[in-house]
Design a binder for this molecule. Structure first.
Ligand SMILES: NC(=O)c1ccc[n+]([C@@H]2O[C@H](COP(=O)([O-])OP(=O)(O)OC[C@H]3O[C@@H](n4cnc5c(N)ncnc54)[C@H](OP(=O)(O)O)[C@@H]3O)[C@@H](O)[C@H]2O)c1
Length: 240
């Protein structure tokens, strides 16, 4: 039985991951902006932490709440948004800050997207605060995929992966999304818990439990270091 923190567990892929992990007998730390949204998960035994991941102070508080519960075996960085000025804070800054502040787990999984391949490998001119929209969803997912690769390199003892869940019918994906929602949740729960040799690797980019290629810039050490420096500057919190 593992203890797994899932960000954004109110609906969509995060909720499905939390439900699947609970059904498999794992301990889950669910996350919502409003605890009432995950009452049913709490009733099934999940611990609950709260906070808006668009806000640096609330994100720090989420990390403190998680650390008070004890060390996690795995964290699934699932919460994400498609549009709006807070795409960078929610999709990139919050996963970075939680990675830096939550007591280091054995496994880390970041929800990327196939759309990261269309992202711009560019750090200049980005407004990390979210006051101005300076990045697309694709840009944010390329940065998140690079963050995952950077963490895998900095912390080789932590099994760290990024996942493309496919285009699936959630609020974000829309009702007409063509891929299978059931498959969309497989990789992240498997990477967080499985003892299979493939799941016990690191620095992978996965789609439906298969390793696939990611944008090559995610593996560029110079780009990784510049991204970590920019996020450390913005948050005032270096990656330990
Ligand atoms: N659906 C797809 O086709 C698809 C494809 C590729 C990648 N992904 C990725 O998969 C992940 C989950 O997507 P999804 O389709 O399940 O999306 P979703 O149904 O829109 O759910 C997103 C989750 O993130 C939470 N969240 C968003 N902004 C937040 C904030 N500021 N603070 C705290 N929580 C926040 C939401 O909470 P609320 O309910 O409070 O808004 C919700 O729990 C995302 O990272 C997404 O980019 C999805």
């Amino acid at each position: 039985m593992a203890r797994i923190f899932v960000t954004g567990s109110t609906q969509g892929l995060g909720r499905l991951a939390a439900e699947a992990l609970l059904a498999d007998g794992h301990r889950v730390v669910a996350h919502a902006r409003d605890a009432g949204r995950v009452d049913d998960l709490a009733a099934r035994g999940a611990d609950v932490v709260t906070g808006d991941l668009a806000d640096l102070g609330q994100t720090r508080s989420v990390a403190e709440q998680v650390n008070r519960l004890g060390r996690m075996d795995a964290v699934i960085h699932n919460a994400g948004i498609m549009t709006g000025p807070t795409v960078l804070p929610v999709n990139v800054v919050a996963p970075y800050l939680l990675t830096a502040l939550v007591d280091r787990p054995a496994r880390l999984v970041y929800l990327s997207s196939g759309m990261h391949r269309g992202g711009r490998p560019e750090l200049d001119g980005l407004d990390w605060s979210g006051a101005r929209p300076t990045a697309s969803y694709s840009d944010s997912k390329l940065l998140l995929t690079t963050l995952a690769a950077a963490v895998a390199r900095r912390w080789p003892e932590v099994r760290t992966h990024a996942v493309d869940p496919g285009w699936v019918p959630t609020r974000m994906g829309g009702a007409g999304a063509p891929d299978d929602l059931r498959l969309g949740v497989l990789s992240q729960t498997w990477l967080a818990t499985s003892e299979a040799p493939e799941a016990r690797t690191t620095d992978g980019y996965w789609h439906h439990r298969h390793r696939v290629d990611r944008h090559p810039v995610a593996g560029d050490h110079d780009f990784q270091d510049r991204l970590l420096d920019a996020l450390a500057d913005h948050t005032g919190t270096p990656l330990p």
